[in-house]
Write a protein that binds this ligand. Structure first.
Ligand code: SF4
Length: 331
């Protein structure tokens, strides 16, 4: 048995982890532990789904709280994305559309991308996956986080005027006009409610109170926040960059528990604090409480498996096609 914990878990659960990391790293870790019959994933549902897809059928993936979802992943469901695909296929007739989904999405959305010659990306490799997508096709449909899509494609030289937002709540996603010929990105109208809480005012305040501080944020933050920061990158990037940098004062724009753990880790050596005074935290991540972790462990000890995560076989096959395309881009 192994216990995995995402960086956003609170300390009272994180301390029990055999492995910690971001969602993909943890899933790969789980897949490498072939001897582990039980994989307890202290994270949210889509992460456990990815682990389920990558692990052996004999391994059991368990979430301490089966209702721990991700509000970002919930922004896009299969029905909405299918409707969007029909709208875009009509409006962009003659152009090849490549669907790319951030790994923070449901297995159904990953499968949709797999079936339609698309791929999955993470916050650590979105640039590489998008480069491949633009080599392969004409227009990218980026799901479900508009901010990661906008921030990543802007960094590659795509102008804001070449991006449109598809809002599933509106008729034809709000794209009722003819889509201009130079549009390259269709961004799904989703966001991480936690990273949305970092603002330009936070950056201005930190720059004035701590002129020596470097500001590093997650690319799920809004465009202006990322643009005004010194650096942006995935949780793994943030951790590695702070470890390797000579800079000693850091304001970090990501989830509360990861930042406070970094602050403790470097106490006396570096000053690390949250970019926002309100220290945004992800309540879904905290659903894996110590009591729930103990409950699933007690059940295993008694020979019961509770809160096991399953993925439909065909969805798993299609999702893995999208995942495989991403993994091949590492080579
Ligand atoms: S921090 Fe945001 S993207 Fe991550 S699990 Fe929470 S809601 Fe989802």
């Amino acid at each position: 048995m192994i216990i995995l914990a995402h960086h956003y878990q609170a300390d009272d659960v994180f301390r029990f982890a055999d492995f910690s990391g971001d969602s993909l790293k943890l899933s790969q870790q789980a897949a490498d532990q072939k001897d582990a019959e039980f994989i307890i994933f202290c994270g949210v549902y889509f992460m456990a789904e990815v682990a389920r897809m990558l692990c052996e059928p004999t391994q059991k993936v368990i979430l301490p709280d089966i209702s721990a979802g991700c509000s970002l992943a919930d922004y896009a469901n299969y029905q909405q994305v299918s409707e969007c695909w029909a709208v875009l296929s009509d409006k962009l007739a003659g152009k090849k559309i490549v669907p790319i989904t951030y790994i923070n999405s449901s297995a159904e959305i990953k499968a949709f991308c797999g079936k339609n010659d698309g791929a999955i990306c993470t916050s650590g490799n979105a640039d590489r996956v998008l480069r491949w997508a633009f080599e392969t096709g004409d227009v990218v449909l980026f799901l479900p986080d508009q901010h990661l899509g906008r921030n990543s494609s802007y960094r590659m030289g795509i102008g804001l005027e070449q991006m449109l937002v598809y809002n599933p709540e509106l008729r034809e996603g709000g794209l009722t006009e003819t889509i201009a010929d130079d549009v390259k990105m269709i961004l799904w109208n989703g966001c991480c409610d936690i990273h949305m809480q970092f603002t330009v005012d936070d950056i201005r305040r930190v720059r004035s109170e701590y002129p020596e501080a470097k500001i590093i944020v997650h690319p799920e933050c809004k465009f202006d926040v990322v643009k005004l920061s010194d650096l942006a990158g995935s949780t793994e990037f943030i951790i590695k960059h702070i470890a390797q940098s000579r800079e000693s004062v850091w304001a970090v724009g990501t989830e509360r528990d990861m930042v406070s753990r970094l602050a403790k880790q470097y106490e006396g050596e570096k000053t690390i604090f949250n970019l926002s005074r309100s220290e945004p935290y992800c309540p879904m991540m905290k659903q894996s409480s110590p009591a729930k972790l103990l409950w699933v462990l007690d059940n295993i000890a008694d020979g019961n498996v509770v809160n096991e995560v399953f993925v439909d076989e065909q969805i798993s096959i299609d999702s893995k096609a999208a995942l495989q395309r991403m993994l091949e881009l590492r080579r």
